[in-house]
Design a protein around this ligand. Structure first.
Ligand code: TPP
Length: 561
């Protein structure tokens, strides 16, 4: 029956893990999973939001679509946050939704929804393609197209709704073979024009990122940067596209950007943007580059034609798959004289300067992050959702490039609170040889912390979650103090004992409230071989890597707010 064929289609695409919450709407698929239980693992999660985040993280880690299975109505609505994240992060994802039986359609049957309207491309941000499969015979066709659509061009999420009766229909259909995304190259003369424009620059700067890179391509990207001696920054939460320890690294171009790097981008005379969308976070709210024509010359390379010229009218637009981008750039001959050598060296010096931190007491988060990186293996995966606590992670971790260890940063560019913890669970389950560290604010963690049960049940090992508890939705408090100083509204939190909570889920746990206490606890956690939560307690005043709540309030009051 079709439910079994669907699982065979997944196997044909190389799927070995599926994340989901079961539902009576897709029992035939669950039965197909049972049939092939020796080849495919169904990770039963505690909330569809957690399941969808796990599938998204799986897609980020492997470059192939993560798969999430949910039931109709409530299951699908819960999962929608994962779709939005996959869309904004350009991550391939396939969401399979059980649907009411065809003979019940359009009656508002139990949990019925129209997924083409709910998630359709018209919503501008939930799915690249949504379809409902009415024919068991055509299921392989839909599945193959789903894989292609999720991976081709700008990667993203796809939704297939599966009516219950279709799934139980007998069929002789057989799966299509494994799908690889079609590769795209720009015309040679366009590439040559880009080379000449870049060669004519005095103060060039490269910004890299986006979904779809491979290790071979980031290695070639590095060779290109070395041959041209170009400074390279990484776009918002794509910090592992270029090696942060490399002498050409200029820093991350995201939230809380190093002010010196922001200034350098403004002063650059030519920006080569490779794979990044140049979205709001990478452009500091569209201020580093003016919309629609930046004052810098702009060469924009992206895998999706629709992203080229969407906001910025570049001097040269190149459509190319990111798996090819590094090789294409590495084929460009550098000019004989490179007038920007000092400019590049200064950019790296500014990055190193930004790693220095003023000591804070009693808990110094910069020191905590540096300790983590010193003690954890080099291929450790760091994950995060949203919130100011993550600012320390993003500023002080020095991510290796993809060609060393694959992806080491799973952070959502969608800014979804609750992403980092399930992403860490997924990473720990699908790459169990690696250590995974999630850093989460207290608000962030409790959005999906129930997945501690999933991690334990599925036997996660090297999984560490560091909860930064400042008793506040601190980011919102920061914005409040800036706009409405002293008027704290809706942003205070009364928290549980996170360590006790973790122990109740069968995790090991510790509580830490000074910098000195952190290192021994983290060392034990790294060596433990079982999930470990570290509950960090610190005052809310320590609100960003650069300033305090007090200082923000004082300057807002001084400005007459
Ligand atoms: C799902 C979701 N809901 C709400 C927000 C808005 N938001 C952004 S940061 C934040 C507070 C984060 O608080 P916490 O995790 O405790 O971290 P902190 O900022 O205190 O370090 C909120 C509510 C969001 N980004 N995502």
């Amino acid at each position: 029956m079709a439910g079994h064929i669907l699982v065979e289609c997944l196997l044909a695409q190389g799927v070995d893990t599926v994340f989901g919450v079961p539902g009576e709407s897709y029992l035939a698929v669950l039965d197909g999973l049972y049939e092939h239980r020796d080849r495919i693992r169904f990770v039963a999660c505690r909330h569809e939001g957690g399941a969808a985040f796990m599938a998204e993280a799986h897609g980020k880690l492997t470059g192939r679509p993560g798969v999430c299975m949910v039931t109709r109505g409530p299951g699908a609505t819960n999962a929608s946050i994962g779709l939005h994240t996959a869309f904004q992060d350009s991550t391939p994802l396939i969401l399979l939704v059980g649907q009411v039986a065809s003979d019940q359609r359009d009656r508002e049957a139990f949990q019925e929804m129209d997924y083409r309207h709910m998630f359709g491309p018209g919503t501008l941000g939930l799915a690249k393609w949504v379809a409902e499969v009415h024919s068991a015979e055509r299921l392989p066709e839909y599945m193959a197209r789903a894989y292609r659509t999720a991976m081709q061009g700008r990667p993203g999420p796809v939704v297939l709704a599966l009516p219950e009766d279709m799934l139980t229909t007998p069929t002789t259909a057989s799966p299509c073979p494994r799908v690889e995304p079609a590769q795209v190259w720009p015309a040679p003369q366009e590439l040559q024009r880009a080379r000449d424009l870049l060669a004519a620059a005095q103060r060039p700067l490269v910004i890299v990122g986006g979904g779809g890179w491979t290790g071979e391509s980031t290695r070639a990207l590095q060779q290109f940067a070395e041959a041209w001696h170009l400074p390279v920054g990484c776009g918002f939460r794509f910090q592992d596209t270029f090696d942060n320890a490399h002498p050409l690294y200029a820093g991350d171009v995201g939230i809380s950007i190093n002010p010196k790097l922001a200034q350098r981008i403004r002063q650059a005379d030519c920006i080569l943007a490779v794979g990044v969308r140049l979205g709001e976070m990478t452009t500091s709210g569209y201020t580093l580059l003016e919309v629609p024509r930046p004052s810098q010359r702009l060469i924009h390379l992206h895998a999706g034609a629709e992203e080229l010229g969407r906001v910025y009218q570049a001097d040269i637009s190149l459509q190319a798959s990111l798996a090819q981008a590094g090789h294409l750039l590495a084929s460009l001959a550098p000019p004989a004289v490179l007038p920007w050598k000092d400019w590049t060296e200064q950019a790296h010096a500014d990055y190193l300067g930004n790693l220095l931190a003023e000591e804070r007491n009693p808990m110094d988060l910069a020191a905590v992050i540096k300790t983590m990186q010193r003690l954890a293996p080099a291929d450790t995966v760091f994950t995060n959702g949203a919130g100011n606590a993550i600012g320390w992670l993003n500023r002080y971790v020095r991510y290796p490039a993809l060609h060393h260890h694959g992806r080491t940063q799973l952070g959502c560019t969608s800014g979804a609170m609750g992403y980092g913890f399930p992403a860490a669970v997924a990473a720990a389950l699908v790459q169990p040889h690696r250590t995974v560290v999630n850093v989460a604010g207290d608000g962030d963690f409790l959005m999906t912390g129930q997945e501690m049960a999933t991690a334990k049940a599925e036997g996660a090992r090297q999984l560490i979650c560091v909860v930064v508890d400042n008793g506040s939705y601190g980011t919102i408090r920061m914005h409040q103090e800036r706009e409405y100083p002293g008027r704290v509204s809706g942003s205070e939190l009364k928290n549980p004992d996170f360590a006790a909570m973790a122990r109740a889920f069968g995790w090991r746990a510790s509580t830490v409230s000074t910098t000195a206490e952190f290192e021994p606890e983290f060392s034990q956690a790294v060596a433990a071989g079982e999930p470990w939560l570290i509950h960090l307690k610190l005052p809310v005043d320590v609100i960003t890597t650069r300033t305090t709540l007090q200082a923000i309030r004082q300057s807002a009051l001084a400005a007459g707010r």
